[in-house]
Design a protein around this ligand. Structure first.
Ligand SMILES: O=C(O)C1=C[C@@H](OP(=O)(O)O)[C@@H](O)[C@H](O)C1
Ligand SMILES: C=C(OP(=O)(O)O)C(=O)O
Length: 426
């Protein structure tokens, strides 16, 4: 049980663990590349450990030096072999969907499964286009849900217009496209995070980008490289929110990823009235890195939707918490994807915030929050969802009386030292 009391004004300079999306991709691209890939500042979270284990089961040698440095000894796609056990992705949607793209183009049989949350998450969004490429995939409910079985083999490139803006769908198809005959083109309704595109280039692949689409030519091989993983802005977002929830506070997070496809939360906090300063410092493996400072002040409600949503999709739970302290109404729309994350985040955010006395309404594709309301201490539940657990813990900093979060162990999926850092802010 995680317990959080009201915060006192703080002024801190902190770091957060490595980016989850980039850590997964570094292991995966390293595994199918020729040569060694050294990864520094890897996220030592449960989701990324599942990615490592899946590739070890596929025969890839991965050496660990301490918690955050790895060497992946890739032998190209031909270095992957038929696993003699099922591949367990745990709680990780990114692992299962990107892995399916790799397995679809691998000439052997494999099965993938995960925890109860993974078994509820939609897989047709990748299974259906992979089948169009020629992959043979079966699974529960005709392949709409895990567990899934894949008999990989020869693929042909397709042009795919994804109905959802999803980096997992896009990345899955680009990875399969590397093994397909001809070109694979993916177009999406709004731009999603582009870490796969940036990392593929760093591994020597040629991509064609333009008109909201990305294309890859099949048959290219990748060359192992050195990846330094930026701090995860999705983890930093909880610390930025903490600074906004505790009056008079300021936080700087150093060496955090500031890829524009991920910084929507900074734009929104700024439009709510927060002081946000971004100082770019470097590029690591094609990813911009910088120091970000956030300081509070009077906050006002905002409207969030459209292209912004994929740029802050994982930050919406904590944005909702901040919105309870803003003057006026906050409307979050176009975010139906939240229903198919680790939990139904529209329902779980509303349910938990209401326990604290917040005024929150669920809509079919988002949330409406009226503020400011004074939050009360309560016994809250993570619903097994790391982002809900952290959002509710941070809400405790702004509440009268203690917040207790059940199921806080889920937080180790993406931010293993969250509780220690939060303790410094109480
Ligand atoms: O590609 C990725 O690393 C991710 C993409 C997003 O999911 P979708 O692709 O389902 O939008 C995001 O919510 C998830 O945390 C990580
Ligand atoms: C949705 C998330 O991750 P995944 O889809 O990889 O489970 C997340 O980290 O908030």
């Amino acid at each position: 049980m995680l317990r959080v009391g009201r915060g006192k004004a703080f002024n801190k300079v902190l770091r957060v663990p490595g980016d989850k999306s980039i850590s997964h991709r570094a292991v995966m691209l390293g595994a199918i590349a020729d040569g060694t890939t050294r990864i520094e500042n890897f996220l030592p979270g449960d989701d990324c450990h599942h990615t490592i284990e899946c590739f070890q089961r596929l025969g890839v040698k991965i050496e660990r030096e301490g918690a955050t440095t790895l060497t992946v000894h890739g032998k190209g796609w031909k270095g992957l072999r038929e696993p003699d056990q099922c591949l367990d992705v745990g709680n990780s949607g990114t692992t299962i969907r990107l892995l399916l793209g790799i397995l679809a183009g691998s000439p052997f049989f494999s099965t993938v499964y995960g925890d109860a949350s993974i078994a509820r998450r939609p897989m047709a969004r990748v299974v259906e286009p992979l089948r169009r490429m020629g992959a043979r995939i079966d699974g529960r409910a005709g392949g709409r849900f895990a567990p899934l079985a894949v008999r990989g083999g020869e693929l042909k490139g397709i042009e795919y217009h994804s109905p959802v803006a999803s980096a997992q769908v896009k990345s899955c198809l680009l990875l399969a496209g590397l093994r397909a005959e001809g070109w694979t083109k993916v177009k999406e309704p709004h731009p999603s995070r582009d870490h796969t595109e940036r990392m593929l280039k760093a591994f020597g692949a040629e991509l064609s980008l333009g008109e909201g689409a990305v294309s890859v030519r099949g048959g290219q091989s990748l060359a192992g490289c050195h990846v330094r993983v930026p701090g995860d802005i999705s983890s930093a977002a909880f610390l930025f929110a903490a600074a906004l929830l505790v009056p008079g506070s300021r936080v700087t997070v150093r060496d955090v990823g500031i890829n524009p496809t991920r910084t929507g939360i900074l734009d929104v906090f700024r439009s709510m009235g927060a002081e946000v300063t971004v100082t770019p410092t470097d590029q690591w493996c094609g990813e911009p890195v910088g120091d970000v400072t956030v300081a509070g002040g009077p906050l006002r409600g905002v409207e969030v939707g459209g292209d912004l949503i994929p740029r802050l999709i994982d930050e919406i739970p904590v944005l909702a918490v901040v919105a309870t302290q803003a003057e006026g109404r906050t409307v979050i729309r176009d975010a139906a994807e939240l229903k198919v994350k680790e939990s139904n985040r529209i329902a779980t955010v509303a349910e938990e915030l209401r326990k604290m006395g917040a005024q929150v309404d669920e809509t079919s594709d988002g949330l409406i929050i009226e503020g400011p309301t004074s939050l009360q201490g309560a016994l809250l539940d993570s619903h097994g969802d790391h982002r809900i657990g952290m959002a509710m813990a941070v809400a405790g900093l702004a509440s009268e009386g203690e917040v207790r979060v059940k199921g806080a162990e889920a937080i180790s999926v993406s931010f293993p030292n969250f509780a220690e850092i939060l303790k410094e802010l109480e």
